[in-house]
Design a protein around this ligand. Structure first.
Ligand SMILES: Cc1ncc(COP(=O)(O)O)c(C=O)c1O
Length: 387
């Protein structure tokens, strides 16, 4: 029943998308066939300037006006660390930070570290029906609040947060706003020019179909974010000070240009499909899973109306790791189990036990979704009939 070319059904795209489009693989291959040019690191005119093209491609895709506002990093975690630690470095006094219980450890751990060091006072805003109420964030603001870090798309519940409402309010108050767009970039249309934020983080290896090791952020207001790492930029090399201009303020050392090449090709691929077609397919796949899984009494679905292709569930009486194990060994289906690096979220939905997450992609067929949903139903049916 499986497609000939795939030995398994891959439903773990929220971790890292697979397969990558052939165009992405080809672009990485080509990037390694020529020496690296661009960014002040070579004199060859014929070589491709991946940095400029990459920044322009990302800016255009996200609807951001200035391509120099696009900063490349290793991944979303690296971008969030640069922003959170850089912002804190510019503040001599302890300040108040608001975040949410939906966050990934790439937000929670840097913030927790700063809280332990006595640099910040931290509040976590909870969610209900997979959504954080913007009013709850607004109500938590005090005269000491200087930073809000918030998830755009949940990597467990597949919900999209109202960053528009939060951003408008924080902008008026002059509070720095970092948005973690790791799960929305490539999955929903983004028009950053219509949003108020100070920094928007993305990663290349998930919805944008790039390879691991490339991500970045779009920064509007770099002044309060000091560079926390320094090094070669290929510019102003006579000075021992890190350049203050974008993008060199935050980009150090030799870039991951095969990664940038993969990101350009991934974004071009999405544009060749069209965001509408991508959304239609993802909605259809969510519907296939929901129809089948919600009709089975032994399955708990944590968000029945996800806006992203992410479905989280448990089968009461079974350990989520065991469900993943059975799906793998019996049906060659790859999912993710456990805490999904979002421990506070799990405390709220499953008492911290973790759950199973299914995340299809553009490359998942409807038939693969049906096979996987039936396999899950069968496990639940079996477990339920034992009670
Ligand atoms: C919501 C969210 N934030 C951050 C990250 C970290 O992404 P990266 O692996 O690119 O550092 C992830 C990855 O799982 C995520 O889902």
């Amino acid at each position: 029943m499986l497609k000939q070319e795939n030995p398994f059904i891959y439903l773990n795209n929220a971790a890292t998308s697979w397969p990558k489009p052939p165009e992405v693989i080809q672009a990485v291959h080509e990037s390694l066939e020529l020496p690296f040019g661009g960014g002040g690191r070579g004199s060859g005119r014929a070589w491709k300037d991946y940095l400029t093209e990459g920044r322009e491609t990302v800016a255009k895709f996200f609807g951001e006006d200035a391509s120099d506002n696009i900063i490349f990093s290793l991944n979303a975690t690296d971008a969030l660390n640069t922003l959170i630690h850089g912002f804190t470095a510019s503040s001599p006094e302890k300040f108040h930070v608001i975040t949410t219980t939906l966050e990934h450890n790439s937000v929670l751990r840097p913030l927790h570290h700063l809280e332990k060091k006595g640099r910040i006072e931290l509040d976590h805003i909870s969610f209900s029906n997979a959504k954080v109420n913007p009013e709850a964030i607004i109500e938590a603001v005090t005269d000491k609040t200087r930073l809000v870090v918030m998830n755009h798309g949940s990597n467990v519940l597949g919900s999209v947060q109202d960053i528009h409402a939060v951003g408008e309010y924080l902008h008026d108050k002059g509070i720095f706003f970092i948005v973690d767009g790791s799960q929305t970039a490539g999955h929903i249309p983004l028009n950053l020019s219509s949003l108020e934020f100070d920094a928007f983080v993305f990663t290349g290896h998930k919805g944008l179909f790039g390879m691991p090791g490339i991500g970045g952020f779009c920064i509007r207001n770099p002044n309060p974010v000091l560079p926390v790492r320094m090094g070669g930029t290929g510019t102003d090399s006579g000075s021992f000070d890190q350049p203050s201009d974008l993008p060199e303020r935050y980009e150090i050392g030799t870039h991951n240009y095969p990664g940038i090449a993969s990101l350009i090709a991934g974004i071009n691929y999405i544009q060749s499909i069209g965001m509408d077609a991508l959304l239609r397919k993802s909605d259809r796949q969510i519907e296939i899973f929901m129809k089948k899984l919600s009709s089975e009494p032994g399955i708990t679905i944590y968000n029945p109306v996800p806006e992203l292709p992410i479905i989280a569930f448990n089968i009461p009486g079974l350990d989520n790791d065991d469900i993943g194990f059975i799906l793998d060994r019996k049906d060659n289906i790859v999912v993710r189990t456990g805490l999904h690096c979002a421990p506070l979220l799990h405390k709220e939905i499953d008492d911290g036990a973790g759950c199973v997450r299914i995340s299809p992609s553009w490359f998942t067929t409807d038939e693969e979704c049906r096979i996987a949903a039936d396999a899950i139903k069968e496990i639940a049916h079996h477990a339920y009939s034992q009670i």
